[in-house]
Design a protein around this ligand. Structure first.
Ligand SMILES: C[S@@+](CC[C@H](N)C(=O)[O-])C[C@H]1O[C@@H](n2cnc3c(N)ncnc32)[C@H](O)[C@@H]1O
Length: 238
């Protein structure tokens, strides 16, 4: 009987937003896996740091080193190799917890491992608080009310696609804003929604930054952990 493969959401950055269930699974896992950058750094592992201190003895790690590039064939090769390593541990009846920043199934790399592993192994998913919910809390603004429509899009879409979403929906969250910042600001101007926009980076972390006047944003790329939340200034209460 293989061990369980468990995707565990650790939330957007504030360690106090890790759920009790997530902490329990992390501490009891035989193997901890996570996405790491070329320098070995993993945001999810940093967030889970305090919980990992109390983990069982001899906990092994499987870091999944992902190069910073948008070539899907390279990413797929990394996922194939990681899935093989994880499968070996599962075959030894080990429980493997995959740490996920935010929620595991919301724009998460865990999805690509789950689809490779779930056919032959028992799997579980522990939801986490996503950056979208953390953004609304940081702004103290409702994401949607009453009949408002709400959409989440990636900042990697074309300016035209972003405009379409901004014109069509009341509330729009634009993820992966870092290198797309200027294109997003252009789309906000073109759709006449600049005044509705908020910009947030590193939500829930020590270096959190919030701009509620997006016109003041520096004219440069932002960090990977950044997003825009666009909400109607005048909300229809009917
Ligand atoms: C691969 S997605 C992961 C989303 C994550 N699974 C979640 O539930 O929020 C990464 C994107 O999420 C957003 N993000 C995640 N955490 C964030 C944070 N603490 N502050 C700002 N944006 C964040 C950024 O837009 C970033 O480019």
């Amino acid at each position: 009987m293989p061990g369980d493969f468990i995707g565990v959401g650790v939330g957007p950055g504030d360690p106090e937003l890790i759920t009790l269930k997530a902490a329990r699974y992390i501490q009891n896992a035989d193997v901890i896996s996570y996405i790491a950058s070329g320098n070995g750094r993993s945001q999810a592992k940093v967030i889970a740091g305090a919980v990992l201190k109390d983990a069982v003895a001899n906990q092994r790690e499987i870091p999944v080193v992902m190069p910073m590039c948008e070539d899907r064939s390279i990413a797929n090769k990394v996922y194939d190799e990681a899935a093989e390593q994880i499968q070996q541990a599962l075959n030894e009846d080990k429980t493997v917890v995959f740490l996920c920043e935010g929620d595991p199934l919301f724009f998460g790399s865990f999805s690509y491992l789950l689809e490779r592993i779930q056919e032959n192994n028992p799997c579980q998913v522990v939801p986490g608080i996503s950056s979208v919910n953390a953004a609304a809390s940081a702004l103290q603004l409702p994401l949607t009310i009453l009949k408002e429509s709400f959409v989440v899009v990636s900042g990697r879409h074309t300016e035209e696609k972003l405009c379409e979403a901004l014109l069509q929906h009341d509330s729009v969250v634009i993820m992966k804003a870092g290198r797309s910042r200027q294109k997003i600001v252009n789309a906000l101007k073109q759709s006449n929604r600049l005044a509705d926009a908020n910009y947030l980076e590193y939500i829930g972390r020590e270096n959190e930054v919030i701009y509620q006047d997006v016109d003041q944003l520096p004219d440069e790329s932002g960090p990977y952990f950044s997003l825009f939340v666009v909400l109607r200034n005048e909300r229809d209460q009917s």
